[in-house]
Ligand binder design. Structure first.
Ligand code: GFB
Length: 312
């Protein structure tokens, strides 16, 4: 990929998009086109088409999506389905119509069936029923994958789709109702420690297993794919290692220096029992993650403190 290529990163203010922008810049890609929602609302098809016609980006990374944790997905399936279908249709179709040379669409590990073989190979897609707590989001992402593959098959477009595992990092969402587990637990542990509380509540049984990847590793993998991968076949992005939610909570308590008790609430949903990606395909191409979970949690906590210092 040419260092002067004109690259549009959709969703550049989100956790994944902002990490991809940092990674592109650090690798010498400076011709980035970035637009806030106020400048180009990706839900507005006319605005998106006008933007693509005016700018004609050579490369597009679609990291724009409505995202959220298990509760947000479960409570707002309409928004997760409609907004994600709309944004991705607008971006992918406009890119195709205005001559974008290569497009990377970000999916999610939740596209795979609830009871997939573990670790989950790319071939598990559409082989079984989805996890009900996030099937709206998963179905939208599956439609995005299929749209990229259809453009590749019908019009020869170099549109690829990558499936990131559960992500965390700078610019994460720390709202306790809508966030994912890792930022939620950072916040809960921080607040319990500050208040001298004896315990913290954890949703579910603590038994589900999840894989966690720092957004800077995700971004590094995305740039690697832009530079080295040209196939409509989906490809996983993870670290290939998982832990239980209980182990995650214990690790966060250790890193933040909190010694209270973990109190599990089984009335809250566990979601899918296990989700760890099979990383053979991307690892065989020569990519590896660099950030350990402890190091990543330390970094995420520093970012949390920085962004919440005015609230303290
Ligand atoms: O990260 P999370 O919200 O989503 O929850 P998923 C993972 C696990 O952590 C579940 C438990 O078993 C939760 O019950 N958990 C424990 C908590 N305490 C908490 C808490 O305070 N907050 C949250 N949020 N969870 C998401 C999908 O599934 O995976 C998204 O909903 C997306 O669509 C993402 O695909 C990658 O890992 O279950």
């Amino acid at each position: 990929m040419n260092k002067t290529a004109k690259i549009f990163v959709a969703g550049h203010r989100g956790m994944a998009g902002s990490a991809i922008v940092r990674s592109l810049r650090s690798k010498g890609y400076d011709n980035l086109i970035l637009r806030t929602r106020a400048e180009v609302n990706l839900l507005d098809g006319h605005a998106v088409q006008a933007f693509f016609k005016a700018e004609r980006p050579e490369i597009v990374v679609d990291a724009a999506a409505r995202v959220g944790g298990i509760a947000a997905n479960f409570e707002k399936p309409v928004e997760f389905l409609v907004e994600n279908l709309t944004i991705q249709n607008n971006v992918i179709c406009a890119a195709a119509e205005t001559g974008t040379r290569k497009l990377l669409f970000l999916g999610s590990s939740c596209i795979y069936p609830k009871l997939s073989p573990q670790p989950i190979p790319e071939s598990a897609l559409l082989t079984g029923s989805l996890e009900p707590t996030n099937d709206a989001y998963a179905l939208a992402k599956i439609a995005g994958i299929r749209l990229c593959q259809a453009y590749a098959a019908q019009y020869g477009k170099n549109f690829l789709s990558a499936m990131p595992t559960n992500l965390y990092g700078p610019n994460d969402n720390y709202d306790l109702q809508s966030s994912h587990v890792l930022p939620a637990l950072i916040r809960k542990v921080h607040e319990a420690k500050a208040a001298g509380a004896a315990e913290i509540p954890i949703w579910g049984t603590g038994n589900p297993r999840r894989e966690f990847l720092h957004s800077d590793d995700l971004a590094d993998a995305c740039v690697f794919l832009l530079e080295n991968y040209d196939s409509p076949e989906i490809i996983n992005i993870g670290c290939g290692e998982d832990i239980t939610i209980r182990e995650l909570a214990e690790t966060i308590c250790e890193v933040l220096g909190y010694r209270g008790e973990l109190v599990f609430d089984p009335s809250k949903p566990d979601g899918t029992p296990r989700k760890v990606l099979d990383m053979q395909k991307l690892f065989a191409l020569g990519w590896r993650p660099k950030i350990s979970l402890r190091e990543g949690i330390r970094n995420a906590y520093e970012c949390f403190l920085e962004s919440h210092k005015n609230l303290a």
